[in-house]
Design a protein around this ligand. Structure first.
Ligand SMILES: Nc1nc2c(ncn2[C@@H]2O[C@H](COP(=O)(O)OP(=O)(O)OP(=O)(O)O)[C@@H](O)[C@H]2O)c(=O)[nH]1
Ligand SMILES: [Mg+2]
Length: 430
């Protein structure tokens, strides 16, 4: 398991309830309503932190909750808002809904700050509900509910060029030679466990970013070695440098190696396999063959007819490295600027506003009453003066249009039965 995937739970803050209270004044027998509004719940906000490059922090803390809004108080006192929670992630983090795996947002490019879950709105205090006919409203609006989601965070680094190849072929050596990055280099397999990024500062060009990833081996797509999950880090790259040990220092045949790696790329994602590729025939300083044949020529003869260019090089001595870089730069120029950005597939309720439409209709056996609840109902109750005939007709029409009457009927409601909504009760008549 790499530190570039994490599953976390997030919850926004609940809105504080509105308050019911009445003014107490000397010589005034019963004052007007002065119940304050509830505070808003805190939002769940994701921001990009350029200083981060792994999701390791999310292995230790898995639950992230914003603060709840406080209840309103007497004397029109508004409840305190709940605190937002700000979650910092590295650039290139793709946020998905955990169950479906669908993308909610891709924290890359200009997308540096996203309100993923909005806090619930605070409820209105009873100060809002006084009307000429209802002087002493005993109703206040409850705060909106909190929202929660299980999220999958996946880091897909943003680089122009990806390095692929077997372990030990010299990927990290190459990165350290051509960029400012200083990855670990060692003569054993799987030295690299997390991706390394480096910037190539090539004379006369704008430069580009290279991602060095762990080595692949045959069967990686079935989980052999480190598996192939980390290939997600080259999903956004435009060009692939396929590094092969042309000297065959571990006894493998370079041509077979190239085919084996390409097969693994294909198994992970055919789109990556189809991306423009160049072959870096590395370790030419170590080539020795008994019959004097040139393995680089063999690689060329095999792959150049397929349109893949082959560059002999030594990442250790630096021989041939410049030629390869200029070719890659040329390829990048031809492809243009845009990086792959993952489009939104999953829409949390609070991003679309549809949370306001939700309502429930239930039957309360104990009280022998039908209960209608939901934020939209509350809102309507808040706006409507039910004491006036006009207001009441308006509210009835709303119940009909929203499909609530139909639901009540399907639950078996009879004329004269009681319907309860947020502290208001009335009898049902057609
Ligand atoms: N002779 C020679 N040795 C090289 C060359 N490039 C790399 N090496 C050596 O090969 C070994 C592996 O190099 P790394 O750069 O760590 O290889 P890697 O592909 O990043 O390996 P993993 O991270 O394990 O996948 C080290 O001992 C390097 O010194 C080269 O051009 N010539
Ligand atoms: Mg390495």
């Amino acid at each position: 398991m790499f530190a570039d995937r994490a599953k976390i739970y997030v919850r926004s803050g609940k809105g504080g309830d509105g308050h019911v209270s009445f003014r107490r004044e000397k010589y005034v027998p019963s004052g007007g309503p002065d119940g304050g509004d509830g505070g808003h719940g805190g939002d769940v906000i994701f921001v990009v932190d350029e200083g981060l490059n792994t999701l390791i922090d999310f292995r230790h803390i898995r639950k992230y909750k914003a603060g709840d809004g406080e209840e309103g108080g007497k004397k029109n006192c508004r409840g305190k808002d709940g605190e937002d929670i700000i979650i910092k992630v590295p650039a290139g983090t793709v946020i998905k809904e955990a169950q479906s795996g669908q993308v909610i947002t891709d924290m890359s490019g200009d997308n540096k700050r996203v309100v993923l879950l909005k806090g619930g709105k605070g409820g209105n205090g009873n100060q809002h509900y006084a009307t000429s006919t209802m002087q002493a409203p005993k109703y206040a609006q409850p705060g909106q509910a909190a929202q929660e989601l299980e999220l999958l965070l996946e880091l897909k680094v943003i680089a122009d060029v990806g390095l692929v190849g077997f372990p030990n072929v010299g990927k990290s050596t190459f990165l350290s030679r051509v960029t400012n990055a200083r990855p670990k280099i060692a003569n054993y397999h799987f030295t690299t466990l997390n991706p390394n990024l480096g910037v190539v500062d090539l004379e006369g060009t704008g430069g580009f970013v290279i991602a060095d990833i762990p080595g692949l081996i045959e069967g990686a797509s079935e989980g052999v070695g480190l598996g192939h999950e980390f290939l997600r880090h080259i999903e956004r790259t435009k060009v692939i440098i396929h590094i092969v040990d042309a000297a065959g220092t571990e006894g493998r045949d370079p041509i077979q190696d190239i085919y084996a790696i390409n097969k693994e790329l294909e198994a992970y994602n055919p789109e990556i396999a189809a991306r423009p590729q160049v072959i870096a025939a590395n370790k030419i300083d170590a080539i020795y063959t008994e019959d004097g044949s040139d393995p680089v020529e063999a690689i060329r003869a095999e792959f150049e007819p397929k349109g893949i260019k082959v560059f002999p090089m030594s990442a250790v001595t630096g021989q041939g490295v410049k030629e390869l870089l200029y070719e890659v730069n040329e390829m990048l120029q031809g492809i243009g600027e845009e990086t792959t950005v993952f489009a939104q597939e999953y829409f949390p309720d609070s991003m679309t506003g549809s949370v306001d439409d939700a309502y429930t209709v239930t039957y309360d056996e104990e009280e022998d009453e039908y209960v209608v609840e939901g934020p939209k109902i509350e809102k309507m109750l808040g706006y409507t003066n039910l004491d006036s005939e006009k207001g009441f007709t308006f509210f009835q029409n709303f119940l009909k249009d929203a499909g609530i009457l139909e639901e009540l009927e399907s639950l078996g409601i009879q004329e004269g039965d009681t319907v309860r909504m947020y502290g208001l009760s009335f009898d049902y008549y057609k």
